[in-house]
Design a protein around this ligand. Structure first.
Ligand code: CP
Ligand code: NVA
Length: 313
């Protein structure tokens, strides 16, 4: 039997992946982010209640969303699946339709991207993806804002993503860079390439928005003249059983000082965190002056406040 879905009847917007935003909206979010950074305490979410459904661990995403909601005069409810009936098998379709009657928006972090799409389809309120196995849009939007802050533009900046190029971060980077006019290079072991379906989708966007996407397997070649050297953990949440193989396969793509020295002289090191020092990055690079990882982490707060201000009404 066909279930009633609400989203088609409402004008609400969801942020499930970065293609849900246009390049103009990226700029609108960045302008508002800069304003909110200067004047953090506003009432954009006054009388609004946001739910956070997290089935995976989180430090930055959970805390920056909850703090951001408080700064904007709203309230947050942390909904662990162990506490709500979702954890006992209530469907995403029913959860969506019930929570839409109480809340003004939901931030969700979980494994399956499909479940988040279902939540969005059956909700009449905005759904914001706080990370799935496929995408981490809030992080990459923040990273683009942070690059913009450092270099005054993201256009034509050479950003090299090293390591696991088929994880959620690499996927969101492919879409985010394609929409932003950047030069994104992915560099990793050939077994860790993004799917050809995603690559082609990103290439089409890149052509439209004058962005450049490249796969360069050799890490030294990839790092040459880069503006940003970026990495993420080699083993994402849920992949722990593959950890030993991943460490062995991806070792040549570790960001170390030799690789940093091949980049442009003003290059920065970025990482979405949490980091595993000695694996994807050496401790000296992580702690170096070129490392802007904590600026990135801080900016999650400001960018997400801008996203909620525009999406939640
Ligand atoms: N970068 C990021 O999303 O961090 P958390 O897993 O701590 O939320
Ligand atoms: N790729 C990582 C990102 C963590 C923010 C993971 O999914 O675990």
């Amino acid at each position: 039997m066909k279930l009633n879905s609400y989203s088609k009847k409402s004008a609400k917007r969801d942020l499930l992946e970065l293609t849900d935003l246009s390049p103009d909206e990226f700029n609108r979010i960045f302008r508002l982010t800069s304003q909110l950074k200067k004047k953090p305490f506003q009432q954009n979410l006054k009388n609004k209640v946001m739910g956070l459904i997290f089935t995976k661990s989180s430090t930055r995403t959970r805390v920056s969303f909850e703090v951001g909601i408080a700064h904007l005069g709203g309230k947050s409810l942390f909904l662990s699946p162990n506490d709500i009936q979702l954890g006992r098998g209530e469907t995403f379709e029913d959860t969506a339709r019930v929570l839409s009657r109480y809340l003004n928006g939901i931030i969700i972090r979980t494994y399956s991207h499909q479940e988040v799409q279902t939540l969005a389809e059956f909700s009449s309120i905005p759904i914001i993806n706080g990370l799935t196995d496929e995408a981490h849009p809030c992080q990459v939007l923040t990273d683009l804002f942070t690059i913009h802050e450092k270099f005054k533009t993201v256009k034509n900046k050479k950003i090299v993503f090293f390591g696991d190029c088929k994880n959620n971060m690499a996927h969101s980077w492919l879409l985010g860079a394609s929409l932003s006019g950047c030069h994104l290079v992915l560099s990793g072991h050939p077994e860790y390439k993004p799917s050809s379906v995603l690559w082609e989708r990103a290439q089409q966007l890149a052509e439209k928005h004058k962005s450049v996407l490249e796969w360069i397997e050799d890490p030294q070649e990839a790092a040459k003249n880069a503006d940003v050297l970026y990495t993420d953990v080699w083993t994402s949440m849920g992949q722990e059983a593959e950890s030993i193989k991943r460490k062995k396969d991806l070792a040549p793509w570790q960001i170390n000082s030799r690789l940093m020295n091949l980049a442009s002289k003003n290059a920065v090191f970025m990482h979405c965190l949490p980091a595993h020092r000695g694996e994807e990055v050496t401790p000296d690079v992580f702690e170096s002056k070129q490392s802007i990882v904590f600026d990135q982490a801080e900016n999650r707060l400001h960018v997400q406040k801008a996203i909620m201000s525009l999406f939640v009404s």
